[in-house]
Design a protein around this ligand. Structure first.
Ligand code: NAD
Length: 256
């Protein structure tokens, strides 16, 4: 018995990184996964490997959402899980951030999450689940990522309100708040075919050894296990909550 037997779960930004690991784990736990991304080649290859459906979904485009839900329903007759995972990050001091850049991040991270809830929840089976991907920066500040942090704080607001508004249908809505996770977002070497990816991962571990109590960067597979918990019956009495997964980073600072 898988933890997601019979469930149909759409994962955005699933072509790589945390979304990819969520798609892999959910498929292994019996879900029919809908792999959604703008990276069509990678997304299709993953979907083929998993026997899953691939849909091109730019999360900032409302029409794309309608088409993705229709495709999921046509293929599987239902949809009862959503992982709003797609996200982008830009580095800039707030005073140096062009408005275009601010709006680009809002469009993907915040509008994408809103449109996911707005489009999928009405089409979803009662008893469904939504997991929104926020961040460590949803619950604390971090210099140089102000735009990103603003959108991730907003995702917690969306999560709480959606949980309240959808509870009567037993649709549970929660958020995950990862710290530093070893994907292309934190480790862009993964996108460079000539880079020493393992060397870079070791360097990141060294950096986070000093910053994070558990002494290393997190792995996307670890985030996927939290997303599974929040998507499965194991979390049946939990809704409207942020879940920090950060190796203890947020616990405080050490003075020795
Ligand atoms: P990633 O860059 O490897 O993956 C992001 C995915 O989102 C990619 O597949 C990308 O193609 C997709 N995407 C980007 N724009 C999109 C759009 N408009 N429509 C659909 N898909 C789009 O990074 P990741 O770490 O796997 O990121 C997953 C989520 O985790 C993001 O929301 C990110 O903000 C969040 N997060 C990451 C970290 C980290 O350290 N890696 C920490 C906290 C939160």
């Amino acid at each position: 018995m898988g933890k997601l037997d019979g469930r149909v779960v759409l994962v955005t930004g699933a072509a790589r990184g945390q979304g990819e690991q969520e798609a892999r784990l959910f498929a292994a736990e019996g879900a029919s996964v809908v792999v959604a991304d703008v990276l069509d080649e990678q997304g299709k290859a993953l979907a083929e490997e998993l026997g899953a459906l691939y849909v091109h979904l730019d999360v900032g485009e409302e029409e794309n959402w309608g088409a993705a839900v229709a495709a999921a329903k046509e293929a599987h007759g239902r949809i009862d899980g959503l992982i709003n995972n797609a996200g982008i990050l830009r580095f800039n001091a707030l005073v140096d951030t062009p408005l275009d850049e601010f709006m680009q991040v809002v469009r993907v991270n915040q509008v994408g999450c809103f449109l996911g809830i707005k489009t999928v929840a009405p089409a979803m089976e009662d008893g469904g689940t939504i997991v929104n991907t926020a961040s460590y920066t949803a619950v604390t500040g971090m210099a140089a990522v102000g735009t990103y942090a603003a959108t991730k704080h907003a995702i917690l607001g969306l999560t709480r309100v959606a949980a309240l508004e959808l509870a009567h249908r037993h649709i549970r809505v929660n958020a995950i708040c990862p710290g530093a996770i070893d994907t292309a977002m934190s480790n862009p070497a993964q996108l460079d075919p000539n880079a020493d990816v393992e060397g870079m991962s070791r360097a990141l571990d060294e950096l986070y050894r000093k910053l994070v109590p558990l002494g290393r960067i997190g792995r996307p597979e670890e985030v996927a296990r939290l997303a599974l918990f929040l998507t499965s019956e194991d979390s049946s009495y939990i809704t409207g909550q942020p879940f920090v997964i950060d190796g203890g980073w947020l616990a405080g600072v050490s003075v020795i």
